[in-house]
Design a protein around this ligand. Structure first.
Ligand code: TXA
Ligand code: MG
Length: 323
């Protein structure tokens, strides 16, 4: 495990980039900062690297990974983009949108990445992660950099704490701006299906595509995040919609209408700020060692849909694991 600052404004950026590329080219893993959460990245064409991702995360192998690309050209080498998917990609990339498209038959992506599906999840992150993928010249498979089913990591320190002793190069790009995973969407005929709510809203997608947008039902047969009931979970039991703090619990508040709480996702009731704080604050409260974390009600509009989705999984019974 090594943590290195990864900042395009620093004089050692090229050096760090070269070290990261060497790591990737030798089937090893690199933790990368993205606008959403940190990713645990490996060369998506290299079966040894991908097997290491699953092993390191203790992730069930049937759950496919997102292939991260540097732009539309690399995306077209691995996926087939219909007109609407292409429009969404050119509008929202680089950024927090993952598109599920048919795999390009010429793709060199390893089968372990797609878990045998005919579709592939493609996302183009911005910032230094995008620069790394561009220089490396090949897509990177990267799930969130956390043990399967646990809270996603939004800082290099969270990643390091999760994977102590592993051979991982952690690129420290500071705190993630969004703090919540990408929106996962799939174009089906003349509509968009959202498989995972994220920081790009249904309204934003519908406005650009000018077509209906629907959320996939929780029981959907699609191999997708919804399969995993328990997910994004801290150690403590999570109790939702609390308007006051329960005995022997830590409280995560929102806004100023209810009890103050031990921590507040956003005192001014701003959902973007709440999303950015969500995983870090859940980790902090988990660290207090209480049996329960009670969470105040969060409005179910805009980004609040994604926040409530993650909280519902954090609160779900722990008999299944997630990503
Ligand atoms: O923001 C993000 O998306 C982060 C950063 C690192 O990019 N990544 C992330 O990856 O959240 P992960 O592996 O934790 O979640 C990806 C989800 C999984 O739940 C998986 O089921 C779904 O994407 N997925 C991958 N390929 C799919 C496919 N072909 N069809 C449907 N869902 C797919
Ligand atoms: Mg995940």
């Amino acid at each position: 495990m090594k943590i290195t600052k990864f900042d395009q404004a620093r004089s050692d950026f090229d050096e760090v980039m070269a070290a990261a590329m060497h790591h990737l080219a030798t089937s090893r893993l690199v933790a990368i900062p993205t606008e959403t959460v940190y990713g645990l990245a490996g060369d998506a064409t290299d079966g040894v690297a991908i097997a290491r991702i699953f092993e390191t995360k203790k992730r069930p192998q049937f759950n496919p990974l997102i292939a991260h690309v540097s732009g539309m050209e690399m995306a077209g080498n691995i996926g087939v983009f219909d007109r609407l998917s292409q429009k969404l990609a050119t509008t929202f990339w680089p950024g927090p949108l993952t598109l599920i498209v048919a795999q390009n038959p010429m793709s060199r992506i390893h089968d372990l990445v797609t878990a045998g599906l005919e579709t592939i999840a493609v996302r183009c992150p911005g910032g230094p992660a995008g620069a790394l993928i561009k220089s490396y010249g090949s897509p990177l498979a990267a799930p969130s950099a956390n043990l399967s089913g646990k809270l996603s990591a939004t800082s290099a320190q969270h990643v390091a704490g999760e994977f102590r002793g592993e051979d991982i190069l952690v690129l420290d790009g500071g705190d993630c701006v969004m703090g919540i995973e990408s929106t996962i969407a799939q174009v089906q005929a003349d509509r968009i299906i959202i498989l995972r709510a994220g920081s790009i809203s249904a309204e934003q997608l519908g406005e650009v595509a000018n077509c209906p947008v629907e959320f996939a039902p929780a029981s959907s047969a699609i191999t997708a995040p919804g399969m995993m009931a328990s997910h994004y979970a801290p150690r403590a039991q999570v109790i939702l919609e609390c308007t006051s703090k329960l005995p022997d619990s830590a409280m995560l508040a929102f806004g100023n209408s209810h009890e103050r709480g031990d921590l507040n996702l956003s005192e001014r009731g701003d959902l973007r700020e709440a999303a950015a704080n969500l995983y870090r604050q859940l980790r902090q409260l988990d660290g207090l060692g209480m049996d329960k974390i009670c969470v105040a009600p969060i409005p179910r509009t805009g980004l609040g849909i994604a926040i409530n989705d993650r909280l519902a999984r954090a609160a779900a019974p722990r008999n299944s694991t997630g990503n």
